[in-house]
Design a binder for this molecule. Structure first.
Ligand code: IMP
Ligand code: ZN
Length: 416
């Protein structure tokens, strides 16, 4: 890999030779994943296997069989392999993503396949040293045997089994999602279920919140607001996908969001007025919001997902990093130490993983490893789990980070 292969900020005192040690280092650090959608975590290999098993023809041209092993980004051996993370990436526009989301349930259409994708998702996060995971999913009726309640029971059951049996320790929590492209009645059912599971002694700790997501060009927050309010009254924490698209042409060079580039301004404003516990993406939110809050609402930011869905860069060598440098908010958030949690969003759809997201952020914004470690550590503060679990994990993460940073300094490979 040559230093000038990438425009802009590549130095960071982590030279090209040291960059793969950066990836290895980031792979080892304990991580916190607060923004991942279960069906978006599906391994491409699993999707194809399920399609074959169920005689489903995947109509979308976006699905390509992969020659790689799933999750093989853990197998990076050197600089050239690392280079591969940046190019030959399948472009995924917002529309591409929602075309894909419409196809996945054709293959994940029974309890067995749901169990499989859940277990694989948990393994994949644990393989990247995620120590705390908040997975989110929209409950679905899969078939006559699997209604929305069974769907959630299945996911929760896999989480229980995983925590008890897997040697690496990962604390798993679930956020129940509302799909804004579906009816208010569906949203109401999802809230009822989340509240019922929250009241049940078996799953009370496990279900921690509600999310509003789905195609941002459909539906309206105002319809879902009373249902989310009811969930909040019942003790569930709320995260909203907010300001994901702009009204104006998003592919032009947007450096900052203002009222004119803000996605349906009144909706974004209503979401902010609702004071959710966290915001997802928050790409097109009025500038004044960031500086005017009394309590800064943490943002779940998903670098690769944002580069893809905003189509921030042309499909050229190094485009992920260059794309990220065009992100409408990230640089300012980092400069102002805005509360952030770095997420993968849909690792199966965007061909990413938690290590890669941190690595991209380091590379695009010249962050040194101690900054990225602090960012990860702080993001545990924004978790929806109970305080005792949070404090325990914060202590564990802090200790492990310190040890890793010390041993890394000893080796002198990545600058602290
Ligand atoms: P599921 O809820 O487990 O089925 O995960 C996939 C679903 O998550 C999609 O159908 C969308 O509703 C939602 N989702 C995934 N990625 C995004 C995103 O970037 N924006 C909004 N919604 C999303
Ligand atoms: Zn999302």
């Amino acid at each position: 890999m040559k230093e000038n292969d990438f425009k802009g900020n590549y130095h960071n005192n982590i030279g090209p030779r040291a960059s793969s040690s950066l990836y290895f280092f980031l792979q080892k650090i304990p991580k916190v994943e607060l923004h991942a959608h279960l069906n978006g975590c599906i391994r491409p290999g699993t999707l194809f296997a399920l399609a074959e098993e169920k005689c489903v023809t995947l109509s979308s041209h976006h699905f390509q069989p992969t020659k790689k092993n799933d999750n093989d980004q853990t197998l990076i051996q050197g600089d050239d392999d690392e280079d591969a993370l940046l190019y030959n990436v399948q472009p995924r526009s917002l529309q591409d993503c929602f075309d894909m989301f419409a196809e996945i349930p054709r293959c994940v259409n029974d309890v067995d396949s749901l169990r499989r994708i859940t277990l694989e998702a948990l393994h994949d996060f644990a393989a990247h040293n995620v120590v705390y995971l908040e997975l989110r999913t929209t409950p679905k009726v899969l078939n006559a045997e699997c209604d929305k309640r069974t769907y959630l029971e299945t996911v929760l059951g896999v989480m229980n089994e995983f925590e008890q049996s897997y040697t690496r320790s990962m604390t798993c929590r679930l956020i129940v999602a509302i799909d804004r492209s579906l009816s208010e009645e569906e949203a109401c059912e999802n809230v009822d279920l989340a509240i019922a599971f929250r009241k049940s002694t078996l799953s009370a700790d496990r279900i921690v919140g509600m999310d509003l997501g789905g195609n941002p060009t459909r539906g309206d927050f105002h319809c879902f607001r009373p249902h989310l309010e009811r969930a909040r009254q019942a003790g569930l924490r709320i995260t909203l996908h907010c300001g994901e698209v702009a009204d104006c042409d998003m592919t032009s060079n947007i450096t900052h969001a203002d009222e004119t580039s803000c996605s349906t301004y009144s909706e974004v404003q209503a979401m902010l007025d609702f004071h959710p516990d966290r915001l997802g993406h928050a790409l097109f939110v009025p500038n004044t919001f960031w500086s005017s809050q009394e309590r800064r609402i943490p943002v779940e930011t998903c670098p690769t997902s944002n580069v893809m869905t905003l189509e921030l860069a042309q499909h050229v060598r190094g485009h992920l990093m260059e794309g990220l440098q065009q992100h409408p908010q990230l640089r300012e958030w980092l400069d102002t130490q805005y509360p952030l949690a770095i997420g993968t969003d849909d690792p199966g759809v965007f061909d990413t993983n938690p290590t890669k997201e941190l690595w991209l952020l380091c590379r695009a914004f010249d962050l040194n490893v101690s900054i990225i470690c602090r960012l990860v550590e702080q993001s545990m503060e924004y978790a929806f789990c109970d305080e005792a679990t949070k404090r325990r994990l914060q202590e564990d993460i802090h200790e492990e980070m310190l040890l890793l940073l010390q041993s890394n300094q000893g080796k002198g490979s990545c600058e602290d």
